[in-house]
Design a protein around this ligand. Structure first.
Ligand SMILES: Cc1cc2nc3c(=O)[nH]c(=O)nc-3n(C[C@H](O)[C@H](O)[C@H](O)COP(=O)(O)O)c2cc1C
Length: 416
């Protein structure tokens, strides 16, 4: 019987264990987690979501405090369009986060960065170019483009000296999105080095419509993409993601022609993951009924999360002076509108409840938006329940090796 370790992900001459740990912002997929994946011979991701605040935590810099100070005068203003990112500082924070991570890399694997187009930061093109190019400057092995069609993203990097040597890939949820991407980039004479196909059971944002996400299934989309690439004589590694919970689930995809698999949820309850332990325990306790796909994210994409996430309904004042990652090119964010509406309707209230949208920047930054994959309710079966009623937190190495070596739908429990 085959197992994941019988397969290898190939980038040119380089061979890797075909396990990729997906990017999880904001700093849920930490440098430590990504570095473990690389040490074990696979691919790990850091995330480029809100890197200035991540850098402040990691290196005691003061990017957020300084920005907040600069825009202090605007805090009470309902219009946030004046709040801009300084591109030089953004590049500095990215180079620091990426550079220090890459310096610490050991082993034969790789570390990539997950880069979401939907972080529009009040200047979508300029900020995205800065984020992509400074990650390349920092020595990242590869970039995974996500949360958007990224029709212009390769173009933003084409003059960078590493544009043709770094591994550049894209996350898509339909063949159509891939076709659009390939068509738009045809003139650059540069194909993606890998394609992650993310199905509807993934964590984070979903590339499907809220009304019908449940009718899609990962395997069907993967087979469609594989067939298309074969017809076009394109040899690009395809990496399924979303709901791959066991080594056997992974092996089934590898046997059908996938080059690797991308997984995340099982790593949310590991020591190396950035979530606070009390949030990990919420994930471990969750039942299927505790998880929902909703529309509270201001990105406009559906998002999967625990229904008990403190972010849901929280009517905090928009904190764009400090963050502002979801401000579109005109300085708007749908949370600000939803919040202003509630304040207008309840002028006397000290605190408002905002159900429609959430202040995603602040809540992701504070680990109060508990986004998770569909199979989060199975996490309790991957570890031991301790005498005090809590669950044992795993090591990333244990989970990685369980994917790599397990067969027969088995999940090995950690030593107590
Ligand atoms: C907590 C969490 C946060 C995530 N954040 C992001 C993100 O910031 N960007 C992204 O492209 N995908 C994100 N994802 C999706 C994962 O990278 C991955 O593709 C997917 O969750 C794999 O499915 P699985 O969780 O069922 O293994 C996130 C997933 C989880 C569980």
């Amino acid at each position: 019987m085959k197992r994941v370790d019988d397969f290898r992900l190939r980038f040119g001459k380089q061979e890797l264990v075909p396990i990729m740990i997906g990017g999880m912002g904001v700093d849920i997929s930490t440098a430590e987690l990504a570095l473990e994946a690389a040490r074990l011979g696979g691919v790990g991701h850091i995330s480029d979501a809100m890197v200035p605040t991540v850098s402040d935590r990691r290196f005691k810099t003061s990017f957020v405090k300084d920005k907040q100070k600069q825009y202090k005068y605007n805090v009470a203003n309902t219009d946030k369009s004046e709040v801009q990112f300084d591109l030089g500082l953004l590049a500095e924070a990215t180079r620091l986060h990426v550079g220090r991570t890459m310096e610490a890399k050991k082993g034969s694997g790789m570390v990539f960065i997950n880069c979401m187009e939907k972080l529009t930061m009040n200047a979508p093109r300029e900020t995205l170019r800065t984020r992509l190019c400074s990650a390349l400057d920092g020595g990242i092995d590869g970039i995974t483009l996500s949360a958007g069609l990224h029709l212009g993203s390769f173009g933003l990097m084409e003059d960078h000296p590493r544009f043709r040597d770094a591994k550049l890939g894209i996350i898509i949820s339909s063949l159509r999105a891939l076709q659009l991407f390939l068509r738009k980039n045809a003139k650059l004479n540069r194909f993606p080095d890998f394609i992650v196909v993310e199905g509807p059971l993934a964590g984070g944002h979903l590339g499907f419509d809220i009304k019908d996400w449940a009718k899609y299934d990962l395997r069907t989309i993967v087979l469609e993409v594989l067939q298309y690439l074969k017809n076009e004589h394109l040899d690009i590694p395809v990496i399924p993601a979303g709901g791959i919970f066991t080594g056997s689930d992974a092996t089934a995809f590898l046997e059908e022609g996938a080059a690797a698999i991308q997984v995340a949820t099982r790593f949310t309850v590991t020591n190396e993951c950035g979530l606070p332990e009390k949030v990990m325990q919420e994930y471990l306790k969750a039942s299927e009924a505790d998880i929902e796909v909703n529309t509270v994210s201001p990105t406009g994409y559906p998002m999967r999360m625990l229904k008990s996430s403190p972010a849901i309904g929280s009517g905090i004042r928009p904190n764009c002076e400090a963050y502002g990652y979801l401000l579109d090119g005109n300085g708007h964010c749908s949370y600000i509108e939803a919040y202003n509406k509630q304040v207008e309707l309840n002028p006397e209230a000290k605190k408002v409840i905002v159900m429609e949208k959430t202040c995603l920047c602040t809540h992701m930054r504070n680990f109060d938006c508990w986004t998770c994959g569909h199979y989060t309710y199975r996490l309790k079966d991957t570890t031991n329940k301790l005498a005090d009623g809590k669950y044992q937190i795993l090591s990333a190495e244990h989970v990685f090796k369980d994917y790599q070596f397990s067969t027969d739908q088995q999940i090995s429990l950690p030593a107590l």
